[in-house]
Design a protein around this ligand. Structure first.
Ligand SMILES: NC(=O)C1=CN([C@@H]2O[C@H](COP(=O)(O)OP(=O)(O)OC[C@H]3O[C@@H](n4cnc5c(N)ncnc54)[C@H](OP(=O)(O)O)[C@@H]3O)[C@@H](O)[C@H]2O)C=CC1
Ligand SMILES: CC(=O)[C@@H](O)[C@H](O)COP(=O)(O)O
Ligand SMILES: [Mn+2]
Length: 380
């Protein structure tokens, strides 16, 4: 029986991971971690009976201990708690479904403890991919993609070992503002940007989809996961989100993975790789598809994608600068402190102002993040 722990169990990916566990019935959940939603975490503890559960604050931990006193679960808190959970001996796979750079240290700890990683937390790979990929190789750990596009690429690479890839075709929905120009985006409110055309996801990634920053993060994620040069990764806007991504080989053949917009499939694929399992829910009906269309991304209206390519080309800690500035800017946008169009401006400003570090350590990555918050706080 595969034993898993889930970082971010109360979020969009976390709850869908537990749906898969519930439906399949043959996975053991040994650890659950959440931020502050202790009501849902308590219910998850009662249903899945993990050995260990983590929350962020000590106060939340105290409250959860009282609520779950009859459950024989160890409650931990803070970064120490996440690290303890990540290396918990009762697990062999860690699902990283937490948002942001908070995932870096637990992911590294889990790899060093020999755990496989089902990786949803793309920010970790974007900022620390140069540390994580070699570490996973050293400790013989698999990094199994959960992100829908990367799972599609992973599935399209199956059985093609040794064959030369011409291009990775990374599909993008284009977000809720596809087809608009900059002037149309001047007065966008958070509630407008939170309406993704095809996917139901957490708030941060939904804003990232609206700015195309998500696609920029995914380009970097693909580069690390598949070891592909940037100039072999092409973003293709595909508004229907039916083709989840494609791989073109040197003979011109294009292999793709298609499906309904349901994250349970890539999650389940990562949990059971290389096996497929039955999955309930709607199937693609090709006779009902109105059509599949494709466009080039509009880099003038959505400069976030251009900045991501730029960050990756510059390397070092600049992808961290890109990511940390975006995290700070998205938070400010969601709290009504800045406009939608300020998000890429803030990212660019910090990318230009941050101190360049060639091969940043974890501490230097986290320092770059802290400096981003300070820089942005002092100006916006
Ligand atoms: N949602 C999706 O469909 C997809 C998401 N991803 C990626 O997956 C990751 C998760 O996204 P998503 O599920 O949408 O995010 P959500 O915002 O829905 O969930 C985030 C989770 O992280 C938890 N969390 C927040 N702060 C802490 C903390 N300090 N300690 C422990 N846990 C914490 C939250 O807990 P709480 O709610 O209790 O505070 C929640 O369980 C992101 O990196 C995203 O880019 C990738 C592809 C698709
Ligand atoms: C479900 C998933 O993987 C998201 O990352 C999704 O792809 C967002 O879609 P866009 O960024 O293409 O709008
Ligand atoms: Mn994605």
């Amino acid at each position: 029986m595969r034993k898993i722990a889930v970082l971010g169990s109360t979020g969009s990916i976390g709850t869908q991971t537990l749906c898969v566990v519930r439906e399949q019935g043959d996975l053991k959940v040994a650890g659950l971690a959440a931020g502050s939603n202790i009501e849902l975490l308590e219910a998850q503890i009662r249903e899945f009976r993990p050995e260990i559960a983590a929350v962020w604050t000590q106060e939340a931990a105290r409250e959860l201990r009282v609520k779950t006193a009859d459950c024989n679960v160890k409650i931990v808190s803070g970064m120490e708690g996440l690290l303890e959970l990540a290396v918990c001996p009762q697990t062999d796979l860690l699902v990283t479904a937490i948002v942001g750079m908070l995932g870096i240290r637990p992911t590294i700890a889990a790899i060093k403890a020999g755990k496989d990683i089902a990786l949803a937390n793309k920010e970790t790979l974007v900022t620390a991919g140069h540390l994580i990929m070699p570490l996973a190789e050293k400790y013989h750990c698999s990094i199994l993609p959960v992100d829908s596009e990367h799972s599609a690429i992973f599935q399209s690479l199956n059985g093609e070992n040794g064959n030369k890839i011409d291009k990775i075709l990374l599909t993008a929905s284009g977000g809720p503002f596809r087809g608009k120009c900059r002037k149309d985006l001047l007065h966008i409110r958070p509630e407008d940007a939170l309406k993704h055309p095809n996917w139901s996801m957490g708030r941060k990634i939904t804003i990232d989809s609206a700015t195309l920053v998500n696609k920029g993060l995914e380009v970097m994620e693909a580069k690390w996961l598949f070891g592909t040069d940037l100039d072999r990764i092409q973003v293709v806007v595909h508004p229907q989100s039916v083709i989840h991504s494609m791989v073109q080989y040197e003979d011109g053949a294009v292999i793709a993975q298609l499906g309904t917009p349901d994250m349970r499939l890539p999650i389940q694929y990562a949990l059971y790789y290389p096996k497929r399992r039955p999955l309930s829910g709607r199937r693609l009906d090709f006779f009902e598809l109105a059509g599949l269309t494709f466009e080039k991304p509009d880099l003038l209206t959505f400069p976030g994608l251009r900045l991501a390519f730029d960050a990756m080309r510059r390397g070092g800690n600049i992808p961290t600068a890109f990511n940390a500035a975006n995290e700070s800017a998205v938070d400010k946008f969601l709290n009504g402190k800045i406009n939608f169009l300020d998000i890429p401006e803030i990212i660019e400003a910090y990318m230009e102002n941050c101190r360049f570090l060639e091969n940043p350590s974890v501490d230097e990555i986290l320092d770059t993040e802290k400096a981003a918050y300070e820089f942005i706080e002092s100006r916006w």
